[in-house]
Design a protein around this ligand. Structure first.
Ligand code: ATP
Length: 323
């Protein structure tokens, strides 16, 4: 039985092989498996914490490949739904001459046509929730009516079976058809969230501040807020403990999925130390340092999932890199 359930999108990021070209000019693409909640599930399993993925893919080749990948990593797939006609989500990403990415399109589809938008709430396996301790959510599936209902059903089950809810805001405007809605929806969802991870930009957008102490005060009942800042590390408020830890200096190759690995590292440590660990300033700092290390190690190899470290690799890295 997985201890952590990760609900949301799993997809192929199709990256342009040629740099500095537009969508129409690119000659070939390389697909990389991704989707934030799926990345978190894989990263957890690699660290040694059992995880299940809940989401929907099509009955197509990309869907088969993604399910196979989850199985190979060891992620529980009881919660994966297959849609008979809607295709597995794919996103096309172009790169400028420096290698920096930008969204280029959804191929022949509209964002609301993909299988992940059709996740069925009534088909969520209740037994998964009965036996888990954490539910990890993103916000993409709030953008579509069916998957939004599935999120709300998952929240009900999480409440019924006493799971802690962790939200990674991970806001991507391109997935939304009406940009007036998401801020209100995310703020409403936050009333039920126990741990919140967001970037500095997302924090400014939602709360007009990137200070996790101020965000905690504003939200009232939340147990932890982590504001990640890429190469500048992470500022946190966990229980009574506030602080900032710089990131580790590494030779960066590809930062895709660093945030997802960071979150997996945090959850893995939360399980290891127990929630009471957050009451102790040194333990809280250790937990965040571990998460920073998992994030940093994910940047030194290409890909979001292939680059995720094992627990042994994180231990070795931490032993040679003091805070
Ligand atoms: P993404 O959505 O791309 O996964 P994110 O915004 O959720 O990213 P980041 O803030 O980019 O998350 O990264 C999360 C953590 O990973 C950082 O707090 C840091 O510890 C580590 N990290 C990210 N980029 C770097 C880097 N260039 N060098 C070292 N560590 C990094």
């Amino acid at each position: 039985n997985p201890r952590v359930l990760c609900l949301g999108e799993i997809l192929f990021d199709c990256l342009a092989d040629q740099l500095g070209l537009t969508l129409e000019e690119v000659k070939s693409w390389t697909p990389y498996p991704g989707g934030a909640p799926a990345n978190v599930a894989c990263a957890l399993v690699k660290l040694g914490t059992s995880a299940g993925f809940i989401g929907a893919v099509g009955e197509d080749d990309p869907g088969n490949q993604l399910v196979k990948l989850l199985e190979e990593v060891g992620v529980d797939i009881t919660g994966v739904q297959r849609h008979s006609t809607a295709p597995t989500r794919q996103v096309y990403v172009v790169r400028d001459l420096a290698g920096d990415r930008s969204f280029a399109g959804f191929g022949e589809y509209d964002t609301s046509e993909f299988a992940d938008t059709r996740l069925q709430g009534q088909k969520l396996p209740e037994s998964l929730f009965e036996n888990a301790d954490f539910l990890v959510l993103g916000t993409l599936e709030l953008a579509y009516p069916e998957s939004e209902q599935a999120i709300h059903r998952a929240l009900k089950l999480a409440e019924q079976y006493d799971l802690k809810i962790i939200l990674d805001v991970n806001w991507r405007p391109v997935f939304w058809q009406d940009l007036n809605i998401p801020r209100q929806k995310i703020l409403a969802l936050l009333k039920q969230v126990d741990f919140l991870k967001l970037s500095q930009e997302e924090a400014q957008w939602l709360f007009d501040t990137s200070d996790p102490g101020a965000i905690t005060y504003r939200l009232g009942s939340i147990e932890g807020v982590l504001v990640t800042k890429g190469e500048h590390g992470c500022t946190y408020c966990l229980g009574e403990n506030e602080g900032h830890l710089p990131s580790y200096a590494v030779n960066v190759v590809d930062t895709t999925g660093a945030g997802d690995s960071f979150l997996a590292g945090f959850i893995h440590q939360l399980i290891e130390h127990g929630l009471q660990g957050l009451q102790n300033a040194t333990t809280a700092q250790r937990i965040v340092a571990y998460a920073n290390a998992v994030g940093a190690l994910t940047t030194i190899k290409p890909g979001a999932i292939a680059s995720q470290p094992t627990a042994a690799e994180v231990q070795a890295f931490l032993a040679s890199h003091k805070i």
